[in-house]
Design a binder for this molecule. Sequence first.
Ligand code: HEC
Length: 319
Amino acid sequence: MKNSSAWWIRIPFFFFLIFGLMEYFIDSGGQPAFIAYPITQAFLLLVLLILIAIEMILAAIENVMFHTLSETAQERYLAKKQSRWQWDWGKRMYQKLLGSKPVEEEHEIILDHNYDGIRELDNKLPPWWVYMFYITIIFGVVYLARFHVFGDYDQELEYEREVAQAQQAIEEYKKTAKDLVDVNTVELLTGEADLKAGETLFSGNCAVCHKMDGGGGIGPNLTDDYWILGGGIKNVFNTISEGGRPGKGMISWKANLKPNEMAQVASYVLSLHGRTPADPKEPEGELWVDPNAKVDQVEVRQQDSTTLEVIMENTGTAF
Ligand code: HEC
């Protein structure tokens, strides 16, 4: 049968419709569902086969019905089918937007003058062009009113908004990529959940040597102001990640703990500061003064004269 119906439109249409619905309803995170769940590929293949089968059945039925028709009816059917697949609306619209006169009607718009046989048509501006021109006028009026009369956002505000949005996106990203922290970017974590996780890690890995209350055993006291390898989140993170001095017993933990876990346990260690352990070890190392802390804050905290000297050394303050 000539000019069979447009199966090549129907099959892709339904196939991509089902594909789209599937992607919409299956929550597969950032990846498309057909990659995240390979089983859906089998589903899509099945859908495709079913669509093809339906088309084949329809064609077969049409064929059988066609043969039951009388000869004249067959001819009429074919003629109708031939004309059916013209997209009349699209054609008419195209002609209208083009606005050109058919050659047969050109005599209506030809101008009177005649230059050595060269004549001129008085064509109208093509409607597609005119409509676009109107749209730019409307756009211009709206733009003028919105930004110059009512003073909606300006470029600076737009920039700031976009930066804020990007900042937010970075925060979101960081939440899912916590293990990006290293010794340079690590910050003291104060969230309940992080400290709790840090406590669990500490009791599982560190308490054997540092005691659960941080008072110290094989390892030094972690609750006082004295640090062998430096206090503050960056130094403590570094100690945990890289280990202590060779042969002292504090191993490098970066092979066993993820960066985020090291940040959590380091924050937990620092949260032990100021507690009074049951059986504290003597302070070891040097008094640690945060180089970023203000001098007068430190002064209030530490008042005896020997530590004051250390403070002056550490902060480089001259009295
Ligand atoms: C095998 C015993 C042992 C274990 C387990 C251990 N440490 Fe240590 N830790 C030590 C020793 C010993 C030192 C002293 C290192 C030095 O003097 O260089 C130390 C030093 C430290 C320091 C530096 C203290 C300072 O004064 O500078 C920190 C912080 C620390 N440990 C945290 C931890 C954390 C967190 C864990 C668990 C992930 C842990 N340690 C597990 C033995 C241990």
